[in-house]
Design a protein around this ligand. Sequence first.
Ligand SMILES: C[S@@+](CC[C@H](N)C(=O)[O-])C[C@H]1O[C@@H](n2cnc3c(N)ncnc32)[C@H](O)[C@@H]1O
Length: 295
Amino acid sequence: MNHIIECGDTLELIKQIPPESIDLLVTSPPYWAKRVYNGEGEIGSERTPEEYVSRLADFFDELKPYLKPSANIFINIGDTFFGSGAGAWKKYLDEEGNITQVQKDRKEKYFTLKPLQPKIKQNGKLYQNKQLLLIPSRFAIEMQERGWLLRDDIIWQKPNRIPASVTDRLNNTYEHVFHFVLNKKYFFDLDAIKVPGANGRPKNPGDVWAINTQPLKGNHTATFPEELVERIVLCGCPEDGYVFDPFLGTGTTWIVSDRLNRNCIGFEINEDFFSFAQERFKESRGFEQCKLPII
Ligand SMILES: C[S@@+](CC[C@H](N)C(=O)[O-])C[C@H]1O[C@@H](n2cnc3c(N)ncnc32)[C@H](O)[C@@H]1O
């Protein structure tokens, strides 16, 4: 396979890719104010949910020229509550406001010592503590307004989701995966992902996908389960075609594309994640068969 896997900023690295060469874009961008991956100014660190949605849509607009007219785009995006995090973080300070060991340990896990949501004044409307911000829906609508054609809002339901310690609302057990296209005619192999029906005949799998999250060793949260990417690659990209993940993270899209005989273009800005992705890929192939670097 001809994989193009590089460490750096996607908006720079993409310039080496010929226009209209990608069959499938599948990705999970950094969510708003959930984690710090790389520090100041990164996607996800915008002051407001509105700024985040607009910047993310700008990002995908820049990638558009590299997609084939028949391309599929699957974007997994998560939600959050206004004000979430700040209270939780205060718990980990001692009486003098110093950082405790618990917070240090959380740093290992989430890469930051600060509350993740910027301080925005409550306005009694969208900005009210406890408000579910509907970021995925805002993002999908913004993309529609910019001309992207939305075909599906897939619910990725997580049967193994650990119950949150909340007492005044239900435990969130799903995320959205939006399926966009550029044109009304596009590649789509539904047969490849059909599931057994009641009468034994294969049927459409529907738009609620129950797939367990798949924890990885180390500090790697927010990774795609391979099964989720597998379904998307099978229906969204022809064999030998090009799959693109602009936020490669730990390399799930790369590993799955390789296994399913698709080429993968993947860019990741964080060096630690990039090395981890390479290790994972080597492991998935069996070390001796893998010739790195893969360009
Ligand atoms: C939610 S994670 C992706 C996880 C991935 N789906 C996996 O299975 O591991 C988002 C990733 O995007 C990376 N990232 C953020 N901004 C980037 C940029 N401009 N270019 C490339 N990678 C970026 C972050 O470092 C992070 O690893």
